[in-house]
Ligand binder design. Structure first.
Ligand code: SF4
Length: 374
């Protein structure tokens, strides 16, 4: 089973979706939204214009009256790119179906032009019906798959593929173009990555992992081919309803589901934060990540309490007065107590409580929720 370039991102997030989406498609599930239908129409318009102009070696008109503004922008971007070289492209293709002979991937890149003397391919993808969040060329798995296909199609091991992603920004009435460069080395890396995604998706035990991003364009979403997605929507709905004023109406079962979801998220939080910090430190683009690093923002901690107290009490006042400004960690006291007395475990705990009687109190929150398995 080939991976369609347009679904590589989804399959990378949910390996089980390769089979589930295919089963749903064969069963006649239709995922064409109004925005997607408009996008298909716009793509056809650009393809028609490109065929008429580009293939006939006539200049592309950036101000064709019959086309919508975002289609015009896409064409203008292409025209500008074509003018960047003195050479004419020798070959190119508009929405040509490509299949790789070596990597299990296939798809139809919107448009590409090949300049053999320069060993350069200029490729374009446009998101005409786009209504969701802004997407960027860098890190885009669909473009990566197209780059592999185009590189193979031009049969030039030295070729570098420049990919431009044209996304109309309807509110600002202008497009946004982001670009990414695929050298022969990065194409080789992309192949390995795609093979890994395909391999994980083809095994019988491939798991279905619902998430908003993965399920959005999956035909199996909400169908019997993916019970997990139905469950996910149920849990998410419960989460959405969980604001204080509607809390009394949330069922006991939904509350349980919510707590489970929160526990999962909290477990993942530290690992995700650490990974994001590492990537940003390694040079990841903050605009792409949606986060930036702000150094020196952590809470300060006294590392040598006795020395700090000495210095402070030299200013005046009694040691007791200065000690009143300090918080003593019970955990640290227990460690010290064990070391001094040799007591262990529960005995050490109990003895310390006796010793500190009247000097310690539990916080207000004395009840803990503990998950049960039935
Ligand atoms: S609906 Fe979501 S969880 Fe189910 S197969 Fe598709 S992407 Fe995976």
């Amino acid at each position: 089973m080939y991976l369609r370039a347009s679904s590589v991102e989804r399959v990378s997030l949910c390996s089980g979706s390769l089979a589930a989406d295919s089963r749903a498609r064969h069963a006649g599930a239709d995922d064409e939204t109004k925005a997607a239908m408009q996008g298909t129409l716009d793509h056809a318009t650009v393809a028609g214009l490109l065929e008429e102009r580009f293939l006939a070696h006539r200049p592309l008109l950036a101000s064709h009256d019959d086309v919508e503004w975002d289609v015009r922008f896409a064409i203008r971007t292409i025209a500008e790119q074509m003018c960047a070289y003195d050479h004419l492209p020798e070959s190119g293709a508009i929405e040509q179906k490509l299949y790789s002979a070596t990597t299990p991937v296939g798809g139809s890149p919107d448009f590409w032009m090949y300049y053999p003397e320069l060993h350069i391919v200029e490729a374009f993808d446009w998101k005409m019906g786009w209504v969701g969040n802004m997407t960027l060329a860098r890190g885009n798995l669909q473009l990566r798959a197209y780059a592999v296909l185009i590189h193979e199609a031009v049969d030039d091991p030295e070729a570098t593929v420049f990919f431009h992603l044209v996304v109309p920004n309807r509110s600002a009435k202008r497009e946004r173009v982001t670009s990414v460069r695929y050298t022969p080395a990065s194409i080789a890396k992309a192949r390995i990555q795609l093979e890994g995604i395909a391999h994980r998706a083809r095994v019988k035990t491939a798991k279905r992992c619902p998430s908003t991003k993965a399920c959005e364009w999956c035909r199996a979403n909400g169908t019997a081919f993916c019970p997990e997605s139905i469950e996910y929507v149920k849990e998410t709905n419960a989460l959405m309803r969980a604001s204080a004023d509607v809390m009394p109406t949330v069922t006991n079962a939904d509350l349980g589901l919510l707590l489970g979801r929160i526990a999962q998220v909290e477990k993942a939080k530290k690992a995700i934060q650490a990974e994001m910090i590492a990537r940003l430190r390694a040079g990841a683009d903050p605009a792409e990540c949606g986060y930036m690093l702000q150094e020196g923002k952590g809470a300060r901690k006294i590392t040598d309490a006795p020395a700090a107290l000495e210095r402070m009490s030299a200013l005046g006042g009694t040691l007791r007065e200065w000690l009143e400004a300090c918080t003593v960690s019970r955990g640290n006291l227990l460690k010290r107590y064990k070391r001094v007395t040799g007591a262990k475990g529960v005995t050490a705990e109990e003895n310390l409580s006796v010793l500190l009687k009247g000097l310690e109190a539990r916080g207000n929150d004395t009840t803990k929720l503990v998950p049960i398995t039935i």
